[in-house]
Design a protein around this ligand. Structure first.
Ligand code: SF4
Length: 478
């Protein structure tokens, strides 16, 4: 109990026996599968940095709930400083792993539930907050990782959950029993579900009263019976299986689809069941928090891309080229704008009724819109600076081949001051940073699609006060 080391975290995953498939086959050892292990290593970094002096101020904090040191990824924010620390830690971790480290979605769920379950109980006299606090203590005392299950597969987008021809298009309650509920459905884009001990499900959209069975939130262990993880394809996934041309030597990202094939959830792990008017509040809170999380991790990833571009300028002998330096500056300002917007959303945060702090949603969503466009631009700039070998680089196996390897190395040489092997490695990293689809698509759709960000910005902005000030300046009455 208490803070886990990286080793203990990985061993704790080894004890779990989830049902998982990849490339059409059942996987028996999650931890030893090279594709999944690269993702697990990224989450393990959140444990590793908690052991490192230079990260500890941000990574470890004290839980007012259990009065013990905990990993920040298990702590719903209880101050503005906590909101700010989330973003700062995410930036450092994004820079440390160069990809998604997967643990923030769980924290964003814990933070959402610590606000919403309190509000539901206040309105309906339910006991979801007690359930949640019991669960939170368990998470904190055992330093566990949770995965957020939010995005339903949704079926026909023009229809509400209860109107779907196939009722399972949204996760829903199929049975209410004395000891708990049984749920069925599927959730997509479950980044790191197999790197997690717990799966926390939240509703994915606003619900009407006819959608009662779909307004459900709960937590189950990631290896609970009936839960099936099917790992999605991504552009570079066979590299890890092959054990060559990795680019990022240590870390990667994978995203399963999760099928809830009649999964039982005991009542003390249920956090919403039928209170439809709170479904929207849960998804808005979660997605805004996750958009704030993104501003930290993606700024950290741009930092990696900036580093890659600068090192490649040295290796290529272009470090004096002014136009390339300008492009690096353009990358830096994109990272800092993203980061600054998320810090601002934290500093403008407010205390909710439960005591948990919540961010400024307009600023968090503005940051996510910025990310959706500007991460792509930062990638483009990195590729521009590095050169065309970000793609089409021969395989490491070609470089190791005794007949063609020496020839390839002769022709791949850049500046004489640097080794050709390092130049090849750095090109491969640039390829991974630019073209790993599991990560780059999340720049656009992670935490909800771009239109959802726009809708939230307009809804949450005080547009009336803006109209009022314009009228005042123009001398318009009323
Ligand atoms: Fe965390 Fe999401 Fe960033 Fe991954 S993409 S590191 S889960 S905020």
């Amino acid at each position: 109990m208490g803070l886990k080391t990286k080793k203990e975290y990985i061993e704790s995953l080894r004890q779990l026996k989830p049902t998982a498939y990849m490339f059409g086959e059942k996987i028996t050892s999650i931890v030893d599968n090279p594709r999944l292990r690269a993702g697990i290593e990224a989450t393990a970094a959140t444990y590793e940095v908690a052991e490192m002096k230079e990260f500890q101020d941000l990574a470890i904090t004290t839980s007012p709930l259990i009065n013990e040191p905990v990993n920040r990824f298990t702590l719903p924010p209880s101050s503005i400083d906590d909101l700010v620390a989330r973003v700062k830690l995410n930036r450092k971790l994004g820079n440390w792993v160069g990809t998604c480290f997967q643990r923030c979605t769980g924290l964003d769920c814990l933070s959402t539930l610590s606000i919403c379950t309190y509000d539901v109980d206040k309105k309906f006299g339910t006991h979801y907050y007690d359930n949640f606090i019991k669960f939170l203590k368990y998470m904190q005392k055992n330093d566990l990782t949770a995965n957020a299950c939010v995005t339903d597969v949704k079926g026909d987008r023009s229809l509400a959950p209860h109107e779907q021809p196939d009722k399972d298009m949204f996760l829903h309650v199929v049975e209410r029993r004395d000891d708990g509920i049984v749920v069925r459905g599927a959730k997509a884009h479950q980044t790191g579900s197999l790197s997690s001990h717990e799966i926390i499900a939240l509703p994915t959209r606003a619900m009407r009263k006819e959608d009662k069975d779909y307004a459900v939130a709960f937590a189950v262990p990631s290896d609970t019976p009936g839960l099936i993880h099917v790992v999605g394809r991504s552009s570079l996934d066979t590299r890890e299986m092959d054990g060559c041309d990795l680019g990022n030597f240590r870390y990667s990202k994978y995203c399963p689809t999760l099928i809830f094939n009649d999964v039982f959830v005991p009542w003390d792990r249920v956090f919403l069941c039928g209170e439809t008017e709170f479904a929207a509040d849960m998804v808005v809170k979660f997605s805004s928090l996750h958009r704030q999380s993104h501003g930290g991790c993606k700024a950290g990833k741009i930092d990696c891309m900036i580093g890659t571009a600068l090192v490649m300028m040295d290796y290529n002998g272009t470090n004096q080229a002014g136009h390339l330096k300008q492009k690096v500056i353009d990358m830096i300002h994109r990272a800092e704008t993203l980061y600054g917007c998320c810090l601002a959303s934290s500093y403008e945060g407010k205390k909710e009724a439960s005591g948990t702090y919540f961010i400024d949603t307009v600023l968090a969503n503005a940051s996510k819109i910025h990310e959706g466009k500007e991460m792509a631009e930062a990638i483009r700039l990195m590729v521009d600076v590095c050169g065309g070998f970000v793609s089409d680089l021969p395989s490491d196996r070609d470089f190791e081949n005794s007949e063609i390897g020496p020839l390839l190395k002769k022709y791949l040489k850049g500046s004489d001051k640097f080794s050709v092997d390092n130049r090849i490695k750095m090109y491969r990293l640039a390829e991974k940073l630019a073209m790993e689809s599991a990560d780059t698509i999340s720049d656009i759709h992670g935490g909800g699609s771009p239109e959802a960000h726009r809708v939230t910005i307009f809804r949450e902005s005080n547009v009336e006060s803006k109209k009022k000030s314009a009228k005042r300046l123009a001398g318009v009455e009323g």
